[in-house]
Design a protein around this ligand. Structure first.
Ligand code: 5AD
Ligand code: SF4
Length: 487
């Protein structure tokens, strides 16, 4: 089904930027530049949103601090995916009463998915009276306007109206990492998996125009970014709403054609829409990382159908087979929900057998969490929590064994590793990622950060690989890297 995507006019965003300057004039300047503390929960989409919120804050003249105590403004970007995520946020928000008491005039803002979900804004209004501003993902582009209302009116502002959502281009960004970047390619979700709150809080699927995405990627590549992740709740739906005849596989090819020395990753692929065209494009594009996150959720057809996932166990396994045919060493990761309402022990064992069969490189396992307003939250759920917990543990144990075995197979090989950071382990002071995204702890000088170097893998654990720069080649590759990054 095609929808007409609403785009926020560029002049609207320019107006928001003008409001940033009005805010800069209003903020007290007593002890120098005002400071903002930004905290982000949840997924990469939220991280990407926070980069835009920081962009606005910078325009308002804020510097950034890692301390709530020192902040003139606190902004918490929340997640609604599981109850646990919400509880953690609310616990921290509760504690800010004391921070604000010690620092009168501090402005506390909450945004993101949890704020958009039904009932939450009311709870904040009633029980968290120290919070000044609440807005959902749909209102992100209007953050300056909303903050100005708080500052001028000295009253609390709530903006959590339901909306199918829009696309806003031109919001400035403060990126967290010069080497790795998130690039949103689409927003929202139309899948309505029966357990999931995302379609209710992030609106309908809508795609950014290819030229906007490509110009963002080009400027990242020019700035020396080495690892770019294309983001969307379901990237395989990319372009359906644009009517330009460009789908995600086409977009991947176009991003691949952008000059530069970077890897392309993407998240998340829904198995029902991931198919031959995408797999072929991945195999063809030399910049596409040999990794796919393909969340299966369950290995049982009855549960998959109750989850409204739109594929069977066999169809999923067929896609995995085809992927491995085309890209033999592809790193495969997945999400699984244990304890979906009514999931029997036998049904859980089907999930376990799928995990044993596929042998994922890594798995994100979750206990089912009922989300208000979703169909699954209303289903009878007779299975006792202890049984769910037992199943959960069994799955985690099985995956740990598989991960350790998979990581063990790297020992003795040489991997092209992007060195992306440092750590305080004296034997392995550097961290990096293999092309497939596995974490490597390695020896070497801090000057290697930002380089793509061959690394001999010398050890492994359940969670990571250990290695040393492959001596002779390192020098050669460093020269090569320098040449490339100067282009
Ligand atoms: N309960 C537990 N896990 C959930 N996820 C999404 N909604 C729920 C829920 N209600 C998991 C899914 C998804 C991942 C991001 O979070 O596995 O892929
Ligand atoms: Fe991301 Fe979903 Fe959490 Fe929103 S609710 S932050 S989309 S994981």
């Amino acid at each position: 089904m095609n929808t007409v995507t609403t785009t926020i006019p560029r002049e609207e965003i320019r107006r928001q930027l003008d409001l940033c300057r009005d805010i800069a004039r209003l903020l007290p300047r007593g002890a120098g530049q005002p400071a903002a503390f930004v905290d982000t929960y949840g997924c990469q989409q939220n991280e990407a949103d926070s980069e835009r919120l920081r962009g606005y804050l910078r325009e308002m003249g804020f510097s950034f601090t890692a301390s709530e105590e020192e902040a003139d403004l606190i902004l918490i970007n929340t997640c609604a995916i599981r109850q646990h995520a919400e509880h953690r946020v609310l616990g921290n928000v509760g504690a800010l009463v004391h921070t604000k008491r010690r620092r009168p005039g501090q402005i506390i803002c909450l945004c993101g998915c949890a704020m958009q979900r039904p009932g939450m804004a009311e709870e904040i209004r009633r029980s968290y009276r120290h919070v000044d501003l609440v807005f959902g993902p749909h209102a992100l582009w209007r953050f300056p306007q909303l903050l100005l209302q708080v500052l001028e009116g000295k009253k609390r502002v709530f903006s959590v109206e339901d909306s199918p959502g829009a696309i806003a281009e031109g919001i400035p960004m403060v990126r967290q990492d010069p080497l790795k970047a998130w690039v949103s390619v689409m927003y929202g979700c139309n899948n309505f998996c029966s357990y999931c709150i995302v379609p209710y809080v992030r609106g309908r699927e809508r795609s950014r125009r290819p030229e906007d995405i490509l110009s963002e990627v080009e400027s990242l590549a020019r700035a020396g970014c080495r690892d770019i992740t294309l983001l969307g709740q379901n990237v395989n739906s990319y372009g359906k709403d644009l009517g330009l005849g460009v789908d995600f596989a086409d977009l991947l090819e176009r991003v691949n054609a952008v000059p530069g020395d970077f890897r392309i990753r993407f998240m998340t692929s829904h198995p029902k829409d991931a198919g031959e065209k995408l797999f072929q494009a991945m195999a063809r594009c030399e910049k596409a990382a040999p990794h796919i996150h393909l969340p299966v959720q369950s290995g049982c057809d009855r549960v998959l159908s109750a989850m409204n996932r739109g594929y069977t166990r066999e169809q999923y396994l067929e896609k995995v087979r085809r992927l491995r045919e085309l890209i033999p060493h592809i790193v495969l990761t997945s999400d699984i929900i244990v304890g979906f309402p009514g999931e029997t022990r036998e049904e859980f064992l089907q999930t376990l057998s799928l995990v044993e069969e596929v042998e994922y490189d890594a798995l994100f396992t979750f206990l089912f969490s009922p989300r208000p307003g979703t169909p699954a939250a209303a289903l009878p759920d007779p299975v006792p929590p202890e049984e769910k917990q037992r199943n959960f543990q069994q799955l985690v144990d099985a995956q740990n064994r598989i991960s350790a075995k998979k990581h063990g197979a790297y020992v003795g090989t040489v991997q092209q590793v992007l060195v992306d950071g440092t750590s305080d382990d004296p034997d392995h002071p550097l961290t990096g990622r293999t092309p497939g995204g596995r974490l490597v702890h390695l020896s070497g000088e801090a000057g290697l950060v930002g380089r793509l170097i061959p690394v001999t893998i010398t050890g492994s654990s359940t969670w990571a690989l250990f290695g040393d720069p492959a001596a002779a080649e390192t020098i050669q590759h460093n020269h090569h890297d320098q040449e490339v990054s100067q282009v």
